[in-house]
Design a protein. Structure first.
Ligand SMILES: CC(C)(COP(=O)(O)OP(=O)(O)OC[C@H]1O[C@@H](n2cnc3c(N)ncnc32)[C@H](O)[C@@H]1OP(=O)(O)O)[C@@H](O)C(=O)NCCC(=O)NCCS
Length: 158
């Protein structure tokens, strides 16, 4: 597979339009929506998604592309004062899973964060999301507690 990773922005109208089409297609299944963000309600509302998370500063989004077609997504929030990064909204198009897309997105986000001085990366994952937990563990993430939402917190020193 010829997968490339690119930054994408909700600030740029054309990219926002593409994100809306892509995410609305992926998140038709409420189960998938819960996996990525337990607070998001079904049906998926793109404007709520943007307002809740992407109107903040220091949030960057990356997409994985195959022949110019978006097949994966990840967001990262960086708290510069703490030299900490937080990964969220990781999703791979179901047709492209188990091919290393999520791993590439995570590694790309880690490099981006590391270059910006981040030394500790964290993420939340639903307790039942065995597939994601196995992936994070293989990439060096370790259990670091439980969030108020009940999800596991995993973290890694970059
Ligand atoms: C969890 C999720 C993001 C994983 O995405 P993915 O692109 O399939 O992940 P990867 O392909 O990078 O890794 C999955 C497995 O495939 C393996 N793999 C990687 N490259 C591979 C290749 N070329 N051939 C075969 N297997 C490969 C990886 O080693 C990994 O195995 P492991 O879990 O035993 O470590 C995806 O299932 C998903 O979108 N789920 C729904 C949303 C979700 O749960 N998001 C996480 C929220 S915390």
């Amino acid at each position: 597979m010829q997968t490339t990773i690119q930054t994408i922005s909700y600030e740029r109208p054309e990219e926002k339009r593409i994100l809306k089409a892509c995410l609305s297609t992926w998140f038709q299944n409420p189960k998938d929506l819960n996996l990525t963000d337990p607070n998001m309600k079904y049906p998926f509302r793109f404007e709520t998604w943007v307002k809740r998370t992407y109107s903040k500063q220091d949030v960057t989004s990356f997409v994985a592309k195959e022949n110019d077609w978006i097949i994966g997504y990840i967001g990262i929030f960086i708290v510069q004062t703490k030299m900490a990064g937080h990964l969220f909204h990781l999703f791979t198009d179901p047709e492209f899973r188990n091919k290393g897309v999520a791993s590439s997105l995570i590694k790309h986000a880690e490099s981006f964060a590391s270059e910006g001085g981040v030394i500790n990366m964290s993420l939340n994952v639903a307790k039942k999301n065995d597939r994601a937990i196995r992936l994070y563990s293989h990439l060096g993430y370790e259990p670091a507690g439980t969030a108020s939402s009940g999800s596991f917190i995993y973290s890694k020193r970059l």
